[in-house]
Design a protein around this ligand. Sequence first.
Ligand code: ADP
Ligand code: MG
Length: 345
Amino acid sequence: MTGDPPNRLLLAAEQVTRIYRVGARALPFTSPPHVSAVQNVTLMLHAGERLGIVGESGSGKSTLGRLLMGFDQPTHGRVLYCGRDIREFSRTERFGFHRAVQMVFQDTHGALNPRLRIFDQVIEPLDVHRLGTRQQRRNRVHDLLSKVGLPAAIAERYPAELSGGQRQRVVIARALALAPKILICDEPTSAADVSVQAQIVNLLDDLAQSERLTLVLVSHSLAVVRHLCTRVAVMHSGCIVEEAPAEVLFHEPLHPYTRALLGASPALARRRRRSTPVQSCTAISSPSGIGCAYASACPDVAELCRSAAPNLIELVPAHHVACHKVTTGRRSEKRIEEDHAGIGA
Ligand SMILES: Nc1ncnc2c1ncn2[C@@H]1O[C@H](COP(=O)(O)OP(=O)(O)O)[C@@H](O)[C@H]1O
Ligand SMILES: [Mg+2]
């Protein structure tokens, strides 16, 4: 359990970029094609927060999750845990980091070893970290299974003998074994059917409170993020295009891509107070690599959008947007307000 004071900065990405090489060289002496899965992302995670990372498939959410976990290394930039670059950790510090930050993946088949009993899989991290006596570890396994709502008898079974929902609970139990401070969940519900999804969401909600977890939820499901998260970052083409407290983002989305994403979610579109223009959220990156990656699909595109990439700017406290149109609009609104105030004075 975390003993951190609320709002302590736990994990941060500082201008993180991850470039992957893909495919082969087209011609000799040419460099192989590459993809910037994550581009210049700066993100902070404070103790007790529940951060949602949303965006369509391929927008870089999982890559960002892996970078935050230290499973993958940034090409540029750095990831800091409690103010220290995670690449500079000593062996002992790295051990501590991997205890404190755990991940739950979507694919429960890949996460569990089909040949090991559930008991052996849940006790494994406790054995690796040599926590307590053998008897204490055994008790902890049963305690963990009960925390995630599974009967003790499950411990004797193999993954193939469980339902998808039960397997996801086992994965969560194992992630909790080392009492992490931060749980990063990558699409934890998308492999499950609707009723199981709701159960997993409620379970994560309860566990975040009872275990005092700081949560990062990577999801393409806006409804799940809305239910669970206090802050949301929207990703598009590897960049964060908008970041705001959840209530603000769902009620007053500013970036045209966020508005399209919310419009494309029927459950949320019904709930939204104001309707906003809905544009296809299948965006094509700027072919030249310069300018805004959303420009080709954006209903509000301006000339500047095609020539210069917008920076993520804090327009109002805690609400960041990367959009030329929104920022220039807000600036001129502000200027008009100031002029009015000047006239009134
Ligand atoms: N290991 C990898 N090698 C090459 N390309 C990758 C790798 N991992 C991810 N990508 C690419 O990076 C982009 C972002 O992928 P990902 O982070 O999985 O997105 P998301 O989780 O939002 O669907 C995609 O274009 C994907 O093909
Ligand atoms: Mg993913």
